[in-house]
Design a protein around this ligand. Structure first.
Ligand code: 5GP
Length: 201
């Protein structure tokens, strides 16, 4: 069994990370998605335990105290965190664990592990990003402005990542992330391949 690894995917809110990853989950075997915990309110269509674990501030702070997060961050005035136990168990089972997390969280993971693959998904332009968030129709104008400001901050961190995928056309972004995963699966240091020398007789 090859070693599993963390696939850390960041990119501004509204860039389409969720759509890209959802498609990959259906096509690549061995991928599992780490469901984060958050204190943000549930959006229409989101399901507790699938989209996020929706919890309140008190519970989140208890989980911090109990060291239950691999990383956590405050994003757009809410807490978001990656439950540790699930991720560690799946990596040990040889799975590729997807963390769809913000730049602060990704940088924390980068400091604490040398076995993560870091992918940044960027919009073709800021105007197109605003357009996509507005079309989603789930945020107030104030929230949209916060998210656009955060997007600029996140785009400044691209250089910290291993791979950049511009989500201009959905299918080509999906293909690019697919290729990254396939290449990373074949890294020699992840392989448990051993060859046997032929018997001399
Ligand atoms: P949204 O509210 O749009 O679902 O997510 C807002 C931001 O929080 C996104 O950039 C998303 O990637 C990030 N995020 C989601 N889960 C986590 C997490 O567990 N940790 C961190 N650090 N960021 C997260």
């Amino acid at each position: 069994m090859n070693k599993g690894f963390l696939l850390v995917v960041s990119g501004p809110s509204g860039v389409g990370k969720g759509t890209v990853l959802h498609d990959l989950m259906n096509t690549q075997h061995n991928l599992v998605y780490s469901v984060s915990a958050t204190t943000r309110g549930k959006r229409e269509g989101e399901i507790d335990g699938i989209s996020y674990f929706f919890i309140d501030h008190d519970k989140f702070e208890k989980m911090i105290e109990n060291d239950e997060f691999l990383e956590y961050a405050r994003v757009h005035n809410n807490y978001y965190g990656t439950p540790k136990e699930f991720v560690e168990r799946k990596i040990n089972e040889g799975k590729i664990v997807i963390l769809e997390i913000d730049v602060q969280g990704a940088m924390n993971i980068k400091k604490s592990t040398d076995d993560g693959v870091f992918v940044f998904i960027a919009p073709p332009s800021l105007a197109e990003l605003r357009n996509r968030i507005e079309k989603r129709g789930t945020e107030t104008l104030e929230d949209i402005n916060i998210r656009m400001n955060n997007a600029i901050g996140e785009l400044k961190c691209i250089n910290e990542y291993d791979y950049l995928v511009v989500n201009d056309h959905l299918n080509s972004a999906i293909n690019s992330v697919n290729e990254i995963i396939n290449a990373e699966k074949h890294r020699v240091f992840r392989s448990d391949y051993v060859y046997k020398e032929e018997d001399d007789d």
